[in-house]
Design a binder for this molecule. Structure first.
Ligand code: MN
Length: 229
């Protein structure tokens, strides 16, 4: 996750004539702020499952008009005892919330993507005196807490940055990594807190990775009210 370059890194990695991923080109800040205010008072999140060179979850939180992103090899857990490694990746455009499909082989991130969960989150970071800290600032400080209001993920989570041993010991700087942890509270489970990415279904279309891989453009199945993918 580069802090200041907006979507430049995202665009530099991709060929938009070859992948159907959004370029985010028409997402002006004004439009992004307006649409965020229109749809909900809370910022959005999306968690995608990405069957690329390695199978992983992509965890993305809306912050100041872009999706701050982490790659989580094992995915989020509902068990507060699980600490999930979260590797920062480049900011993604807001339109990426809707992306589900196949990135062509040979392109950056080539492989199948499904939207595993979507919704909004409520930032809950506070300073030592109990005053709210803006989410972007808390991220720069390396520790955020938030409450997820998704279809699958619900309840409190924390993301915390840490540095590798080499850096602490004065060795060469290592790319910081983060840990995603479910905080205690209603809905926190114990054991079995991790979805099986091969069996998991899209929150948007009900499809598995395999179904999307076999027919990326097939008409999408819409969940009925109360029906859970
Ligand atoms: Mn990915």
């Amino acid at each position: 996750m580069s802090e200041k370059d907006g979507l430049r890194t995202y665009r530099a990695k991709r060929h938009f004539d070859r992948t159907s991923e959004p370029s985010g080109e028409h997402e002006t800040r004004e439009k992004r702020e307006k649409s965020a205010a229109d749809s909900s008072d809370e910022p959005a999140f999306v968690v995608q499952i990405h069957d690329a060179s390695s199978l992983h979850f992509d965890f993305r939180l809306e912050v100041d008009g872009v999706l701050k992103s982490w790659s989580i090899p094992k995915g989020p857990s509902t068990d507060p005892h699980d600490k999930r490694l979260a590797i920062p990746t480049e900011d993604h455009p807001m339109a990426y919330r809707d992306f589900e499909g196949v990135i062509p082989h040979g392109e950056y991130g080539g492989g199948t993507v499904i939207v595993w969960d979507q919704g909004t989150y409520r930032p809950t970071s506070h300073d030592k005196r109990g005053r709210p800290v803006p989410f972007a600032q808390a991220l720069e400080n390396g520790h955020v807490t938030f409450e997820m209001h998704g279809e699958k993920l619900r309840g409190g989570y924390a993301l915390t940055r840490f540095h590798g041993r080499e850096e602490r010991d004065g060795g060469p700087p290592k790319k910081p990594t983060w840990l995603l942890v479910r905080t205690q509270g209603p809905g926190a489970g114990h054991g079995g807190g991790t979805p099986d990415p091969r069996r998991a279904r899209s929150a948007r279309t009900g499809r598995t990775l395999r179904q999307v891989a076999e027919a990326p453009d097939a008409p999408t199945w819409q969940p009925k009210d109360g029906e859970h993918a």
